[in-house]
Design a protein around this ligand. Structure first.
Ligand code: MG
Length: 225
């Protein structure tokens, strides 16, 4: 059984929001003209998603996210201050992975599955950061291995990262199922690697992808498996 981490188990949106709120207060961004924390959050979510999609596609590298993300966000909010953006970026990457919120029922389902299945994580996130998220949220013990694109040398949806995970975990293609929230990386990747998949779609976004299973709450995994 293979899980994605961000937005599938680890509540990325909520954890981001908590970290950003602290940064908003700490840097007194109201004084810099950003009227509310919600403004910062909205722009962050939009630009961050765009940049991660570009990262998944191999268009940009990790350093661009690290050194440009907050600069672009601040500029979009009318604040031109590269030094501030660097210090926010550094604070954000150390603070956000320490946040503990998981998606609803994540813990319940992991407890249930742990008795019956071996589990792995495959993530396009960064090695150091993803390990911090797993331990902060108290779920590292559930997983035999955490495969990041950095260790595998390939990103989802490349078949290679799934092959690597299967060999590291000593799994057979036909006995594995991938659970993830991203059609372009998790679900397409599972298809590329000829393994079954469950699309986790909590907001019930419309789509036209051909998928095997779709759930909006992790608890539904109990009935599929
Ligand atoms: Mg995800």
């Amino acid at each position: 059984m293979i899980f994605d981490l961000d937005h599938t188990l680890w509540d990325y949106d909520r954890n981001c929001a908590e970290a950003l709120y602290e940064l908003y207060e700490k840097n007194d961004l109201k004084k810099r003209g950003i009227q509310s924390f919600e403004e910062l959050l909205t722009v962050f979510m939009e630009l961050n998603t765009q940049m991660w999609d570009q990262y998944d596609l191999g268009i940009i590298q990790r350093d661009i996210i690290r050194y440009q993300r907050f600069h672009r966000i601040l500029l979009a909010l009318g604040v031109d201050d590269y030094q501030l953006s660097l210090s926010m970026s550094s604070d954000y990457v150390s603070l956000s992975p320490t946040k503990k919120n998981l998606l609803p029922n994540a813990k319940t389902v992991l407890d249930y599955l742990a008795g019956n299945y071996r589990m792995l994580i495959i993530t396009n996130g960064f090695e150091d950061i993803q390990h911090t998220k797993l331990s902060s949220s108290g779920i590292s013990n559930y997983f035999d291995k955490v495969i990041t694109s950095e260790t595998a040398g390939h990103k989802k949806p490349a078949k290679e990262i799934f092959d690597y995970a299967l060999s590291v975990g000593n799994f057979k293609t036909e006995e594995v199922i991938m659970i993830g929230d991203n059609l372009n990386t998790d679900i397409k990747g599972a298809l590329n690697a000829s393994i079954d998949s469950v699309y986790f779609n909590p907001s019930r976004k419309g789509h036209s992808a051909a998928i095997q299973y779709e759930i909006s709450d992790l608890i539904e995994l109990k009935t599929i498996l």
